[in-house]
Design a binder for this molecule. Structure first.
Ligand code: BGC
Length: 762
């Protein structure tokens, strides 16, 4: 043995040293040393320069845009740029930084890669409706692959703001109303973007946003004030941000709104006490677009005051507003901030660049060959199509769907031949000319045995001013100039000659997204009229509903025999919708946000609490918690979605009904596919704490599993429950469970679920 080891020593020894050096502790030490060395050479102004994030492209979301960027780069006054892409352009800008600035510090390149880069996946609310964490992670993986191939290394995603208010246009950008589902998605997205090695040339630094509570803007009006109790923050709104942090997200974006009277970008309790001290976040915090400057309008002082407040609160990078760049040096001289605070922020920005490998090779992400091969590839598009099909939610179906591949289909509606509308909001890097419209997709997927006719039937709305307001980034929507009656008559004529009508209706993509709040969530009158005219033909009408938010479609639900909600399904949505219409894919999406009956019910969500005067049943009762004019129940509950097949659930089986301390409970059901089609079902687990020291929700989502069942097949679905799942923050913000009685519900949505009770003691 000995001679052999001696002989191997020259090989083994260096290998072991190399392994040791890769150990996280050494890697961290090496990074610290490098950055400390670099910072020792930096002037205060150069350090502040690193905190400056400028916008380079056309996707501006505020009134301010960056100017004189090239000169600033040379002077070391820019740390990062966003909304510029392509390896050539990024290489040119990076060259300015690493060849012409004094310290040659590379620039970090960001972009809003929200639901895909060029291959566009469904809007995040749609992705959430798939309840499929593998597919969601894969969508982020593909987005990272494509964005890094185009020169980028940082994305402002995932957006994880819980929202229970569909008036808010940005509900489309998040995962809906539920913290448990939202947390699972947040973690999946971070894993997908960042992968295992941030310095690889195909992984993207992620940024969880908007910290915090942006989705709870009062009255659903964008950027509006937020005021809520801390128990609600910690139990219901914070979990997805925390889940992203636990999954290792590298950066956090502060939100526009105020929280407890202090705008998030200057809120020390949020950015330091909760984020860093309590949750242990070690990365950098970037502001939202000019959100530091906007604190002037919030009434917190002039640019110098709000910039100092933000830095002190724990904000590291200033997006676009240049308050940091132009005022921090003076604040330092006046003793309003410390050098240590500037150093903290500068170090965190440099660490992000270091982890991306930019100091090793600033051109790591500038590979023209990759851009050619990897962006919008057939493989990526195939995956996006399959994922989109699984995000659609079948809201109603009285035997009309799936469509037969024969006879004549009348495809009608203002969104039927609208490829520019398919990708949905926040797809800044999409090439809409390459998206597939429903008309094109349907023709291709139908094959030769089906005749497909098309008529527009109506404009999206008669309100042309509303329509015009939704054209952001200079992409106006083309209204049809013909008289409404002419449009309608053409559609009716076509419908009369068809066997079935598919009506592509709903919202324009930019009816949702940033600064797109609405107070009327009904279908516009032009579309309602079209539906009535189509129904009058006596032919079956399937509504394909495009939407970025829950809509109030009580009337349509009453009148129409079939409704398929398709959100905005991305660049391949035209194919994916057709796959589902013809039954090549059985719909399996479930609502991640409750559909209200009317706007007056908002905020509406499944995990509400009992009042002291709960309504029993659904009939109005005086002096009970209900409305005179509408039921308490939603139109479609959270977790709801139908299939072409039928799933039957057995009663809930519990491994025990009395437990103690660290024991485990297994709750299970047997689910049978008793229909004709193979199908996927999302089996959902909800819990209720029956007696506690604080009021608790009547039902909280605590588990879900998506499974595939062949016709006639039965599977047992088991959920393991530990006391971890029973924990909550009480009004002293203690996080623990309380012994006592609980109910477990397992079912197909938050309303239709079978229950069983158990007792858990300490
Ligand atoms: C949005 C952010 C986005 C940023 C940069 C802001 O207006 O709120 O979500 O990341 O612009 O484009």
């Amino acid at each position: 043995m000995r001679p052999a080891i001696t002989a191997l020593r020259p090989v083994l020894f260096p290998a072991m040293v190399l392994l040791l050096l890769q150990h996280p502790v050494f890697a961290q030490q090496k990074m610290n040393q490098f950055i400390t060395g670099l910072m020792a050479k930096m002037t205060v102004q150069e350090k502040i320069g690193q905190l400056n994030l400028v916008v380079g492209g056309e996707a501006t979301t505020g009134s301010v845009v960056s100017t004189g960027v090239e000169e600033k780069i040379k002077q070391g006054k820019v740390g990062g740029i966003f909304s510029v892409s392509s390896p050539q352009r990024i290489r040119r800008i990076q060259e300015l930084a690493v060849q012409q600035s004094r310290l040659k510090i590379p620039i970090i390149f960001g972009m809003d890669v929200i639901h895909g880069y060029r291959t566009i996946f469904p809007i995040p609310l749609g992705l959430a409706a798939s309840w499929d964490m593998q597919r969601i992670e894969e969508s982020a993986r593909i987005a990272a692959q494509e964005a890094t191939a185009d020169g980028l290394n940082w994305t402002f995603s995932p957006m994880v703001d819980i929202s229970r208010d569909p008036r808010w246009g940005r509900i489309s950008e998040g995962s809906g109303e539920d913290p448990f589902l939202g947390s699972a998605i947040a973690a999946a997205m971070v894993r997908g973007y960042q992968g295992k090695d941030l310095s690889a040339d195909n992984t993207l630094l992620a940024c969880v946003k908007h910290f915090a509570l942006y989705g709870a803007a009062e009255a659903g009006r964008d950027y509006h004030s937020v005021d809520m109790s801390r128990i609600r923050m910690f139990n219901e709104y914070f979990p997805p941000y925390k889940a992203a942090i636990d999954a290792g997200v590298g950066t956090v974006m502060s939100s526009f709104n105020d929280v407890e009277g202090i705008p998030a970008s200057g809120n020390k309790w949020l950015l330091t006490d909760v984020l860093r001290k309590q949750w242990g976040f070690k990365g950098m915090v970037v502001s939202d677009y000019t959100s530091v400057n906007e604190m002037i309008d919030h009434g917190l002082g002039d640019l110098k005051a709000v910039s100092a407040l933000s830095l002190k609160a724990g904000l590291d990078m200033d997006m676009v507003g240049e308050g940091f760049l132009t005022t921090l040096e003076a604040s330092l001289k006046e003793g309003k901030i410390t050098l240590a605070e500037i150093d903290r922020a500068c170090r965190l920005v440099l660490e992000a660049k270091y982890k991306l490998g930019l100091f090793e090779d600033p051109f790591r992400y500038c590979n023209e060959a990759r851009a050619q091969q990897e962006i919008f590839s057939a493989k990526h598009r195939g995956i996006a199509r399959a994922t989109a099909a699984r995000s659609f939610v079948l809201l109603k179906n009285q035997g009309v769907l799936p469509l037969a591949r024969k006879g004549k289909i009348a495809l009608v509606g203002p969104l039927a031949d609208a490829k520019e509308n398919m990708v949905g909001t926040w797809s800044v890097s999409a090439d809409v000319s390459k998206a597939t419209s429903l008309l094109a997709g349907l023709k291709e997927v139908a094959g030769t045995g089906v005749e497909i006719g098309y008529a527009k039937g109506a404009n999206v709305t008669e309100d042309s001013a509303l329509e015009a307001r939704t054209s952001v980034f200079g992409k106006p929507w083309q209204r049809d100039a013909r008289h409404p009656d002419t449009l309608l008559a053409e559609a009716v004529k076509l419908a009369q000659s068809a066997d079935v009508i598919v009506a592509a209706l709903g919202e324009l993509a930019e009816f949702t997204g940033e600064s797109s709040s609405r107070t009327d969530l009904n279908l516009p009158n032009s579309q309602k009229k079209l539906i009535d005219a189509l129904l009058a033909t006596g032919k079956p009408v399937v509504m394909v509903l495009f939407t970025g938010r829950p809509l109030t479609i009580v009337e349509e639900d009453k009148k129409l025999p079939a409704i398929l909600n398709v959100w905005f399904g991305g660049s391949e949505a035209g194919y994916a919708i057709s796959d589902v219409l013809f039954g090549d894919v059985n719909p399996s999406g479930k609502l991640p946000a409750t559909f209200p009956r009317n706007v007056g019910q908002i905020p509406i969500y499944h995990s509400y609490k009992s009042t002291g005067r709960p309504l029993v049943g659904d009939e109005f009762q005086k002096f009970r918690s209900n409305y005179l004019d509408v039921s308490n129940t939603p139109l479609y509950p959270f977790g709801y979605g139908l299939s072409y097949t039928r799933f039957d659930y057995s009663p809930v089986k519990l491994s025990k009904t009395r437990l103690k301390g660290a024991e485990k409970l297994v709750a299970s059901v047997r689910v049978t596919n008793s229909g004709k089609y193979a199908g996927e079902e999302v089996v959902q687990l909800y819990l209720r704490d029956l007696v506690a020291t604080n009021t608790r929700p009547l039902k909280e989502l605590k588990g879900f599993q998506k499974l595939l069942l062949q016709p006639g097949e039965t599977k047992e679905v088991r959920f393991e429950i530990t006391t971890e799942l029973l924990k909550f923050y009480d009004n002293k913000l203690r996080y623990d469970w309380e012994p006592g009685e609980f109910t477990v519900f397992i079912g197909t949505n938050s309303r239709d679920a079978a229950a069983a009770n158990f007792t858990w003691l300490r």
